[in-house]
Ligand binder design. Structure first.
Ligand code: EPU
Length: 429
């Protein structure tokens, strides 16, 4: 298993290109199942989760062609995927594949909508919480599907097709909103989705469905209206930039000090996190090229933050912010309201010398003057990158184990950081 070695203490200076968003690329690839024509996705990040989903879609008989780089392309340009779901040979998503990546459960909606049936393994537990799928199933039931759960599998059937309906989510869910949106796009009649997730990745998928000939309105608000169409056609769509990758590097710069341009980043996708970073003492300027983050001289100020669905502070940046606050001049408070167990990084940050007290869903972080390098263990994607942020500012060497978690969601992280002056390298095996 690869490890990452970091010697902390260097400021970051230079340019970091921001890749396409993992959490948009995955549902967009799944949306490729909605049509028998080609869906071409541009700016797809090179990530382990994307390759894993390619395998899962391949299992359904979907052809995916990857267009690599062309001469003259920027080294960090995203890849182009051509998804051809002309023939779906299998409507079962087996446990062995779904258990490796939760988002693959989302194939249930397009399979059901297009083929009238789907058999998809329940995704099971994961490191950040229990993460049930009840809202997904209730949404599909509302659209007329018969749902049965048997031997760890969800069997969904709609032999006469799905029918538009009113779906009211009891709590905001990104995944369940994707499910409702995709299923409704091929249902008969109008669907109103209330208390829908407003995340930019939902907007990206809705826009892509519209490019495929769908009729979706209200994406980005809590009420989405979908008028189903009998069939969707092929389209070309570019994945939006990754706001979590953007926020992560912004926090890394706030932590180490320096001056970095996050090229291709979009400020409107992470206003709340940028406000928090400004409060912590980072200087952020927005330009046509992206976002510029600076912190010179002054230390880090403590902050109080609660994670919330978009447009609130994202849970996917909670661990990174916690790493930053470990060196604040004072006491910070971070409350996690989305996932009940998303604090696996706390004890690992403590290994670097952080002082964090956990009480239920709130962490109290007493800033310390210095962190000290140590061996640490990555436990999930965002937790592992918080350790990178901690290690970049720690004195001496840190070794991060189990970096496959990082590869799920950060494209060439060590290259991007070392180009800006960080002492970071990947050690194979
Ligand atoms: N929930 C239910 N029932 C459901 C669905 C969700 O109770 O049927 C609960 C969850 O347990 C959680 C809350 O609702 O407490 C919100 O979960 P949501 O469904 O929004 O999460 P998700 O769709 O499974 C996506 C991202 C996560 C991100 C969350 C929240 C992708 C592929 N995943 O997950 O990203 O944390 O939304 O924004 O888009 C990551 O990238 O590291 C990651 C975990």
């Amino acid at each position: 298993m690869d490890r990452i070695r970091i010697v902390g203490g260097n400021p970051l200076n230079g340019t970091i290109p921001i890749s396409g968003a993992k959490n948009a690329a995955l549902p967009l690839m799944i949306a490729g199942l909605l049509t028998d024509e080609k869906l071409v996705l541009e700016n797809v990040p090179r990530l382990a989760d994307v390759s894993q989903l390619q395998r899962i879609l391949g299992n359904h008989g979907i052809d995916i062609t990857v267009n690599g780089k062309r001469r003259g392309d920027d080294a960090y340009a995203g890849q182009t995927l051509e998804i051809d779901a002309r023939v779906i040979v299998d409507t079962t998503a087996p446990y062995e594949l779904v258990s490796k990546m939760r988002a693959s459960f989302w194939v249930i909606a397009p399979l059901l909508a297009r083929m009238g049936e789907a058999k998809v393994s329940l995704p099971g537990g994961c490191a950040i919480g229990t993460r049930p799928v009840d809202f997904h199933l209730d949404a599909l039931r509302a659209l007329g599907a018969e749902i049965e759960i048997d031997a760890g599998y969800v069997l969904a059937r709609a032999p006469k097709g799905l029918k538009g309906a009113r779906i009211v989510f009891p709590k905001v869910s990104v995944g369940a909103t994707h499910t409702a949106l995709m299923a409704a796009s091929l249902a008969d009649g109008e669907t109103i989705i209330e208390n829908a997730a407003r995340e930019p990745e939902i907007v990206d998928v809705a826009d892509c469905i519209n490019a495929m000939g769908g009729r979706v309105e209200g994406q980005g608000t809590s009420t989405i209206r979908v008028v189903g169409v009998p069939r969707l056609k092929g389209a070309r769509h570019s994945v939006l930039p990754d706001r979590i990758e953007t926020g992560t590097y912004a926090m890394a710069v706030a932590m180490t000090g320096g001056d970095v341009l996050l090229s291709g980043a979009r400020a409107d996708l992470l206003e709340s996190a940028l406000d928090t970073l400004r409060e912590a003492g980072a200087e952020i300027t927005v330009s046509n090229e992206g976002l510029r983050v600076k912190r010179n001289g002054a230390g880090i100020s403590p902050v109080t933050v609660t994670t919330e669905p978009f447009p609130g502070f994202p849970t996917d940046l909670q661990a990174q912010l916690m790493a930053l606050t470990t060196r604040a001049r004072g006491t910070s408070r971070i409350t996690e309201t989305i996932f009940e167990n998303r604090f696996m990084h706390v004890q690992e940050l403590a290994r670097l010398g952080a002082r964090i007290h956990l009480d239920g869903e709130t962490a109290t972080i007493e800033g310390v003057e210095r962190l000290k390098g140590a061996p640490v263990m990555a436990t999930d994607l965002r937790a592992s990158v918080s350790l990178v942020i901690g290690a970049l500012a720690a004195e001496g060497e840190s070794m991060i184990h189990r970096v496959y978690h990082l590869d799920r969601g950060f494209e060439r992280l060590e290259e991007k950081l070392s180009a800006c002056g960080a002492e970071i390298e990947r050690l194979a095996g």
